[in-house]
Ligand binder design. Structure first.
Ligand SMILES: C[S@@+](CC[C@H](N)C(=O)[O-])C[C@H]1O[C@@H](n2cnc3c(N)ncnc32)[C@H](O)[C@@H]1O
Length: 218
């Protein structure tokens, strides 16, 4: 009962333009689906608040508004921010939204790093991590939620490719909802793909966590 109520309230607040403005300081006009942010986006926001002195930030899988990219740019006006997504429609909507909010960031289409040719000192990703074995619905944009049988294929590919796009001492913020994928499974993948966990960030009443990672290569 309490779980169901929590879910209904959450569903309402993460689809609200006013609450999004209050939490993120970002105005929303047009949208393509009614999840404006999720529990993982909130933990990433908390961690981005503690992140300063990054010159180049890549917001991987920016979604329909590039919320994280815009949020970071507002707090770090001298940083260069690039936001990318696999869906053209998300890129178009994010560009319009960034114009509305007057945040000067680059936004483009890219399948992970397919359209990236530079290095960053910070990359964040809230990847699709719901195992496709748990698929209950047919979504117009399935890559916002589902990734293979166990939920970690996109994260695996992201971590494997990221090393080539990180500056020396660059960091990754990876957010995962442990309701779908266990922390232990994430840590195994992180270590197998050549990263060490610098910090784990959590929030009360939130099953998502953010791993701050550095590559073993340095
Ligand atoms: C869980 S949503 C996160 C959206 C937003 N960043 C947030 O935190 O609220 C995952 C995002 O990653 C994007 N995505 C999934 N696979 C991708 C890929 N291979 N390359 C780029 N973006 C991808 C999806 O389209 C979606 O916008």
């Amino acid at each position: 009962m309490i779980g169901k109520l929590y879910y209904i309230i959450l569903k309402f607040i993460r689809s609200s333009k006013i609450i999004t403005l209050l939490i993120w300081g970002i105005k929303i006009d047009k949208f393509l689906h009614n999840t404006f942010w999720d529990l993982t986006t909130l933990v990433l926001k908390k961690e981005l608040n503690d992140t300063r002195h990054k010159k180049k930030y890549l917001d991987m899988g920016c979604g329909q508004f590039a919320l994280l990219g815009q949020f970071f740019k507002k707090a770090n006006t001298v940083s260069d921010v690039t936001s990318v997504d696999i869906y053209e429609k998300f890129v178009e909507n994010s560009l319009k939204n960034s114009e509305l909010n007057k945040t000067n960031i680059q936004i483009k289409k890219s399948n992970l790093f397919s359209n990236i040719d530079e290095k960053f000192d910070l990359i964040s990703f809230n990847p699709p991590y719901v195992p496709s074995s748990q698929k209950k619905d047919e979504l117009e944009f399935p890559n916002i939620r589902y990734s293979d049988h166990k939920g970690l294929k996109t994260t695996h590919d992201f971590l494997t490719e990221s090393k080539n796009y990180l500056m020396t001492d660059g960091e990754i913020l990876l957010g995962i909802n442990t309701f779908y994928v266990s922390q232990a499974l994430c840590i195994k993948l992180i270590s197998e793909t050549g990263y060490k966990v610098e910090k784990i960030t959590k929030m009360k009443f939130n099953t998502s966590i953010v791993f701050r990672l550095k590559s073993f290569r340095y």
